[in-house]
Design a protein around this ligand. Structure first.
Ligand code: PXP
Length: 248
């Protein structure tokens, strides 16, 4: 229970940049500004800011990541593929932690976990580079015993359990129980192997209370549901402010 009381929130602000890029792609700046969003999340109590610099730069841009490093006062978690170009950027930015994720160009969002067992050598090499630069490392994996074991062999400090399948099956009772059980046993195994455990993907205001049954969680990384909620709870104010200007 003690672990759970200390559960931290890392807010993934990629989708703030997604909205900006829909209008201002290729320009130096535009709205909404992910840097401003990060500061709001921190002042609202978030324990960390997460951003994914994708190889195709579909949302976050390089300048965003460098600016985030300057302003984020909690913890900056950079999600990234294990690709040489991005590894070099990460070594310059020096986030507090990197979370290595698989990346496929056509995916809408990160779809699967890393196959750590198959990419053990390359991941270990990057893990060492990051740790030597004072950056912690997390590996984004499915709750699969072979992947947890391989992550420990890589020597990463954290794993982030992929909760996408849990979220997807949340409304089907038996599947939900099965997915929850996979997460619980992966978290226990990871803890026994000395790994710290984060979780993320698809977590929202409905499924969180069930996810909290997973033991040993340190931090949850949540993006889409928080940014979506912000649109809904903020829309009335935005319309009222515009109407006020029109009436003046
Ligand atoms: N964790 C990782 C590794 C991710 O790739 C993502 C999606 O970018 C998230 C967490 C957040 O997922 P969601 O946007 O569904 O909350």
């Amino acid at each position: 229970m003690k672990d759970q009381a200390m559960l931290k929130l890392g807010v993934n602000i990629d989708h703030v940049a997604t909205v900006r890029e829909a209008r201002y792609r290729g320009r130096e700046r535009g709205e909404p500004d992910p840097i401003e969003a990060a500061l709001i999340c921190e002042s609202a109590g978030a324990h960390g800011i997460t951003a994914h610099l994708r190889e195709d730069r579909r949302h976050m841009q390089d300048r965003d990541i460098f600016q985030l490093r300057e302003v984020v006062k909690t913890r900056l978690n950079l999600e990234m593929a294990n690709a040489p170009e991005i590894v070099n950027i990460a070594l310059k930015v020096k986030p507090d932690i990197v979370c290595l994720v698989p990346e496929r160009r056509k995916e809408v969002t990160t779809e699967g976990g890393l196959d750590v067992a198959s990419h053990w050598l390359a991941l270990t090499d990057t893990r060492k580079k990051m740790n030597d630069a004072g950056i912690e490392v997390s590996l984004f994996i499915a709750p699969d015993p072979a992947q947890v074991e391989a992550s420990a062999k890589v020597g990463s400090q954290f794993i982030e359990l992929h909760t996408g399948s849990f979220a997807e099956h949340f409304n089907r009772k038996h599947e939900r129980a099965h997915e929850l059980e996979r997460l619980v046993s992966a978290a226990k195994q990871a803890r026994e192997l000395g790994l710290q455990v984060n979780a993320g993907h698809g977590l929202n205001y409905q499924n969180l209370h069930v996810l909290r049954q997973v033991p040993h969680l340190v931090e949850l990384n949540i993006g889409h549901s928080i940014i979506s909620r912000a649109v809904v709870v903020g829309l009335a104010t935005a319309v009222q402010e515009m109407l006020l200007l029109m009436r003046e």
